[in-house]
Ligand binder design. Sequence first.
Ligand SMILES: *Cc1c(COP(=O)(O)O)cnc(C)c1O
Length: 396
Amino acid sequence: MKNEQFSFETKLLHNRHKFDPTNGAVSVPIQHASTFHQFEIDQFGKYDYSRSLNPTREALEDVIAELEGGVKGFAFSSGMAAISTAFLLLSSGDHVVITEDVYGGTFRMVTEVLSRFGIEHTFVDMTNLEEVKQAIQPNTKAFYVETPSNPLLKVTDIQAISKIAKEIGALTFVDNTFLTPLLQKPLELGADIVLHSATKFLSGHSDVVAGLAVVKDEALAKRLGFLQNSFGAVLGVQDCWLVLRGLKTLHVRLEQSQKSAEKLAEFFENHPLVPAVYFPGLKNHPQHKVQTLQADGPGAVLSFELENEEALRIFVKHVKIPVFAVSLGAVESILSYPAKMSHAAMPQTEREKRGIQNSLLRLSVGLENPDDLINDFSQALEHVRQKQLVLPGENV
Ligand SMILES: *Cc1c(COP(=O)(O)O)cnc(C)c1O
């Protein structure tokens, strides 16, 4: 069924897999079979072995392809498996231009794994297109974008990067984990591959680790499909089902979280003990304009600075509502400490170069009442203030 006439929210529910054509079941069946009986000796059926193709995984791959507006989707055992498999499109001797404040796991893959296979890289501040152009080498084959970036929420102009890439015949990869296709569609902006940690907003309940990729053209789809089958890091069927279920409520979850994130960004911005807030929805965000042009919203993740690491420790100790954890994009708010969590794989000197201080916290806003969150953060900041009133040397 072609659904071009439906809006995104409707497509989340009424897609090709809204019911099972054989019995009408309104939830995609979980097909555990690893192998499939072949009825003909010379001609195999559509399915033969589940690493290559499995009906449950195929349903998820179809749905994400339709939502991102691509020709084919691929489901992997984690976001890193999706990202790493996509990097296997490159060969020894190739060069990647990559955004400098990239997810810590991607940083590790590029610097410590791909480098051993002769794939070179240059980190750049992708908000600076001149710097991007200067990083191009004769062997540049890909541009790797993450926008908004993690954890400083810098925004990269996807259209501009894709244009630069096309001029030299290179591919553009975009990690769309933070916004999802509800808010941003990189393929429409010229990217070749969209990557996801489906662990985050797409699934949304902190109960599954999964990755997705979507490609725009058939030739690239064939190459990535070949790599998915060769490398074999496919998503298990139970997990495919969990992602499919999470997707159905993506827009209500993300839109509600985004509304609360906007409220919280404003709260932090006006608080005297918070020297900096990073959120693309703020009018004073340096790339606010690009963000509003290329996406339908700022998302539900923001970062903020406290005065120093001690203030951060007091704050975290007294916050009650969010879980203090790695990850983002869940129904519950998640407060994380990039220096020790998502970016622990990055050496301190590299973190500091990128402005990821030991006083920085990242908040993924969940579905709690935003006023409860504001009250909670207020009381935690009050503890920070009281501690600072105590003069140095005074015993408490
Ligand atoms: C979490 C995350 C990843 C890695 O995904 P996993 O599912 O944890 O492997 C990649 N990119 C971004 C932006 C992420 O937040």
